[in-house]
Design a protein around this ligand. Sequence first.
Ligand code: SF4
Length: 120
Amino acid sequence: MNEKMMTCIVCPRGCRMKVTFEGDKMLSCTGNFCKRGADYARAEIAFPVRVLTSTVTINSYEVPRLPVKTSAPIPKDKLFEAMEKLKTLKVSVPVKHSDIIFSDFISKGVNLISCRSVNS
Ligand code: SF4
């Protein structure tokens, strides 16, 4: 049995939780104020995911970099690969907020999208 301290990030309260688990199965969770904390801990143990937010190169006079994010969470163990892929991307203006910069980015069905509009 393994034990891990974890902070729930579902709401701003940020409960500190003590979680025990075996492999990818959660055995117990304490310190959570509500059920969502245990659900978060269970998912973190079984299959941790994150929304990636970052920036990419853009050929713009307005901004030095374009803020981007994934349209859905991607596996946490793919974040390094995703960051490496971001380094290879170069976006051309104009770009609108929510434009798809890259389809099926790292995970099928997850797109990399623009977080702002840039005209020139
Ligand atoms: S356990 Fe509940 S109250 Fe605590 S941070 Fe998570 S969602 Fe918020």
